[in-house]
Ligand binder design. Structure first.
Ligand code: 13P
Ligand code: SF4
Length: 378
């Protein structure tokens, strides 16, 4: 999705790092508790040093909702996260995204209109009442609202399994028949990350024969009627360009160099990488896995490079390296820098809210339904 960030006034693009730091510090001290700066784990250090709280996308949105006294929220992350924060916060709170071009390429792979079209096509060949739509939190508010309206829920990389169990029952790995018990349906349309959907499905005991990839660019997702009918998991053809870069060769290379090393990857990585890893989990899980590893451990991590570098810098008794020897940043997270942060904070000081993210009321209402269903499942 194309969003236009206007160029910053010249001062911000020519200021030195020290000048920007002084500006940010001054704005923070003027605004006090009225301001909350949130930093996602993938942010660069020049931004993260100013964060009042660090976290994964969901934890930060929850925090924004809990901090009712903070009427001004600078969300240093990507667009869908700022939207979630706006949905979960009160009317008196305003959320801004320092650079409007900080989107998420994966979230942009599922347009709400495409999801509507997919649903209509599915309705022609199967009973959509038995399909539960599930969207990864990395999706637009409009997609979340679609899911809310159709009885589904949001999930994160930490609770995808619980949400699929809510939708379909515990899965074959639990020895249960899919759709048994009080499951909501017997099929899930999982949007937009095929890898998170596939990895979670495998962990629950389903296999390739139970899954089909839905390509939104093709009629009926590129499937025939029987493939749609046979699939338990319809996986939207979306991916994260950062995590998809990790390959089995990276794991093999790391293991050759560090035979006792530990491999921890994010579930947005492809199935063949996840299958070789020792541990798999969300950004929060990766941080906990590093903390739990014994002193002296060498840990090869498959996730965004800023988190990997920060973990290494902040864990001096262990060595944390990226599985991919070539640096692998999230280009859109990287758009947020000290200059954009200083610019939005100066705006707050001057009484001008720059880059406010507002989700319209109807969309917000249904997206909240999908988010709250998830919160109830956890
Ligand atoms: P979290 O939900 O763990 O914050 O991850 C978001 C993300 O974009 C991972 O690529
Ligand atoms: Fe989106 Fe991937 Fe960046 Fe996460 S790392 S914000 S999924 S593009």
């Amino acid at each position: 999705m194309f969003r236009l960030q206007r160029p910053l006034p010249e001062w911000y693009s020519t200021a030195t790092p020290d000048e920007l730091a002084d500006r940010i510090a001054a704005a923070k001290s003027t605004l006090g508790d009225r301001l909350l700066v949130l930093g996602h784990h993938y942010q660069r250090d020049e931004v993260m040093r100013w964060a009042d709280a660090r976290g994964d996308s969901l934890a930060l949105s929850r925090l924004a909702a809990e901090r009712r006294d903070a009427e001004l929220i600078a969300f240093c992350g990507v667009h869908f996260m700022a939207e979630s924060a706006d949905i979960l916060t009160g009317d008196h709170q305003q959320v801004v995204l320092p650079d409007l071009n900080a989107g998420c390429s994966m979230a942009d792979m599922a347009d709400a209109d495409e999801v509507e079209t997919a649903w209509e096509e599915l309705a022609e060949v199967t009973d959509v009442e038995r399909i539960v739509p599930v969207t990864y939190v990395n999706s637009s508010a409009a997609v979340k609202a679609f899911v809310g309206r159709h009885g589904g829920a949001v999930c994160t990389s930490s609770n995808a399994r619980a949400v699929l169990a809510w939708a379909l029952g515990p899965g074959p790995a639990a020895g249960a028949r899919a759709g048994a018990g009080d499951a909501r349906g017997d099929k899930v349309l999982f949007v937009p990350d095929q890898h998170l959907g596939r990895n979670t499905g495998f962990a629950m005991g389903w296999d390739d024969g139970d899954m089909a990839v839905w390509d939104p660019r093709q009629a009926l997702g590129g499937l025939d009627e029987s493939q749609v009918k046979d699939a338990t998991l319809l996986l939207w053809r979306g991916h994260c360009s950062v995590h998809q870069r990790f390959r089995p060769e990276h794991v093999d290379g790391f293991r050759a160099e560090h035979p006792d090393g530990i491999v921890v990857v994010h579930p947005e990585c492809a199935r063949e990488v996840v299958a070789l890893a020792d541990q798999v989990g969300s950004t929060d899980f990766i941080i906990r896995a590093v903390a739990a590893a014994p002193p002296g451990a060498v840990i090869g991590v498959g996730t965004e490079i800023h988190l990997v570098h920060r973990l290494d810098a902040e864990t001096p008794d262990k060595t944390i390296v990226s599985l991919d020897p070539l640096v692998c940043p999230c280009a859109t997270m990287f758009r947020i820098d000290a200059a954009h942060l200083a610019w939005v904070l100066d705006g707050f000081v001057e009484g001008e809210v720059r880059n406010r993210i507002v989700v319209d009321e109807d969309t917000a209402e249904w997206a909240r339904v999908a988010l709250e269903r998830m919160l109830a499942i956890r």
